[in-house]
Design a protein. Structure first.
Length: 301
């Protein structure tokens, strides 16, 4: 099955202290809580979602024992949890994955009206140390371009009846744009094999990492990219190590660095980016409209 246009719609992190995580993300980035999903309590979790333009950063935290998120916390501490993608036809891709024995579905849910479907896959054997989820929204008169509309409906933000409310918050944070994420591979894994696996399994087209180095390899979404990088030391664990966010305006960028420094975080600044260490992940903020910011965004297939 050939690659198909796919959007990196949501990144989920796990944190031990959800209230602290909520404070830090909203304070430092300057965004706001868009939704708290009561349905995740079924898995012993609480969460919150914040808008990065029309895309989402989610943070979950376990309140019960023996959860996948809890085991990740014990193993790695605060950090990455899930990569949630949006494609045109998640069911068609699922049939390909199952027929080719590329992955195992662990959770599947469709809305009663057929407006959306989410399909979560077992992380075992999937390069990058995250739980992958591939979802889709139906094309309708009110949602004519689910992948291309920057603030299109997204089931993770609540019922479609609340779309006007949460899309307003997305637009209010349109000066932020999700540009990319880096996944560190496990010891001995190959970055080229990882990119090929995600392309063949989830349909996200692979491309070289700007053609500069063979040490990393990337897959390109309609709005962002995932880069696969090898571990640098024997102690490095696989998982999300960096999230890249574009920011409109130099003043806005400086404010993020200042607020992070005020909160006692490690901040690295150079001429074209600000990097903050928060919740076990590097957050790289890049000014939009510059060569650095523009180079991350790729064309649709």
């Amino acid at each position: 099955m050939e690659p198909s246009p796919t959007r990196l719609r949501q990144i989920a992190l796990v944190a031990k202290d959800l209230d602290k995580a909520r404070y830090l993300i909203t304070k430092v980035i300057g965004t706001e809580v868009l939704y708290e999903d009561p349905l995740v309590e079924h898995w012993g979790l609480k969460n919150f979602l914040v808008p990065i333009g029309g895309d989402i950063i989610e943070v979950v935290s376990p309140f019960k024992a023996d959860t996948t998120a809890g085991r990740l916390l014990e193993k790695r501490g605060d950090g990455g949890y899930m990569i949630i993608m949006q494609t045109l036809d998640a069911l068609k891709r699922k049939k390909h994955i199952e027929a080719s024995k590329l992955g195992k579905v662990v959770f599947e849910h469709a809305t009663p009206n057929g407006e959306s479907i989410c399909i979560q896959y077992h992380p075992k054997g999937v390069a990058g140390g995250v739980i992958p989820e591939l979802d889709s929204h139906s094309t309708t008169a009110s949602n004519p371009d689910p992948l291309g509309m920057p603030f299109s409906p997204w089931h993770g933000c609540g019922p479609i009846s609340t779309y006007e409310q949460y899309s307003t918050l997305m637009r209010r944070n349109s000066d932020l744009q999700l540009l990319g994420v880096s996944l560190r591979l496990k010891q001995g894994a190959n970055v080229h094999d990882a990119a090929r696996q995600w392309e063949h399994t989830f349909g996200v087209q692979q491309a070289s990492n700007d053609g500069r180095t063979s040490r990393s390899r990337a897959i390109h979404f309609t709005n962002a990219k995932i880069s696969f990088v090898p571990p640098e030391t024997p102690d490095d664990l696989e998982g999300i190590i960096e999230i890249i966010i574009g920011v409109s305006g130099v003043a806005r960028l400086k404010e993020i660095a200042w607020r992070a420094s005020f909160e006692g975080m490690q901040v690295h600044e150079n001429s074209d980016s600000k990097t903050v260490h928060m919740l076990g992940v590097r957050w790289k903020f890049i000014p939009l409209g510059t060569p650095s910011g523009a180079s991350i965004v790729t064309s649709r297939l």
